[in-house]
Design a binder for this molecule. Sequence first.
Ligand code: NAD
Length: 365
Amino acid sequence: MIEVTVRTRNGAYPVLIGNGLLQGLPKLLTEHVTAERFAVISDDNVAPLYGEELLEAAHAVGLDSRLFTFPAGEASKTRKTWSILTDDLLEAGFGRDSCIIAVGGGVTTDIAGFVAATFLRGVPVVQVPTSYLAMIDASVGGKTGVDAKAGKNLVGAFHPPALVVADPQSLATLPREERAEGLVEAFKHGAILDEAYFEQLNETVVALLDADTKLSEEAVCRSVKLKAAVVSEDELESGYRQILNFGHTLGHALEAASGYRLGHGKAVALGMVLEAELGERLGVTDPGTRERLEVSLKGLLGPTSNTPNPAESICFLASDKKVRAGKPRVVLLKKIGQVDPGDRWSHELPEEMLEGVFAAVLGVL
Ligand code: NAD
């Protein structure tokens, strides 16, 4: 088992990573959390796979616990699901001495984290991510929340977990397409911070897509260490943490313009290639960076079809969260493994260049 520590304003929390850790989860809970009752929150895909087993194991060691489920999918990440879960917890008599255990992908870790952040003004949450995306990204860093009509993740709270337990063996049941989409964030970690990791991902991509347990464990550890270092330095995203948004400004615009039919991973992958093309045109990013990203991400995802109309995507940029003084901002690479510092880690988006950038990238992907 590997332990990575994430520092926060109010202390620190451990991220435990290891194959087989789920089997010992109740014992880890008793060691790391002080609570009288445990509410396990999971979606209806993951609950039968891991939630129910966890509940049985918790009961076996005498932990007072109960399972709450909601329908799987991003469409459930709403205030409506948040209010249903919150009311169910209240009805079941959960109080301030409770702890919430989120078992699932990023939708579950986000919504259960937000329930925990707000339930009786805040109870602890333990994140048990079961998708690549949740293990290497969503469960680490304390961001929780739900989507709103105006956009994704617009209502939420910073609520650092008490503990994160990632068992890469659970990736075996994750659909292959979800594995590919989640691994985009691993490539992003390499692209912004660690060229050697980026190359290692290229070499092991087939095994990672097959959920090879040893290599997945290694990749999850490496990504979590990289993300943990960033969020420990800038928990509330006032500066340095923004580097994690590489690929997300243009990626989110594509995702929104597609009416969320384009998967998040695919959208961010295209966003990274677009932002590298933009950086090269501006003379900020080393020439050849866009091509390296494009080759790697095509190797991971295959060809991307049904990309949305560039003009519509450009319209969505105005509603991006990464605006400063009303202007959208973008994170640009210096080269693979290094972000250009820009002005507090981002650059103003030169909107007049976007049409050309979109045409150059979307035409060939
Ligand atoms: P998800 O939670 O919808 O999971 C994807 C699908 O895989 C779902 O159908 C789920 O039921 C299923 N699944 C998950 N684990 C499984 C397993 N082990 N076996 C079988 N099926 C499994 O989505 P995701 O891709 O994990 O996460 C996406 C969400 O994460 C988005 O809402 C995004 O906004 C959020 N996110 C949050 C942060 C953050 O910092 N809080 C960061 C990145 C992404």
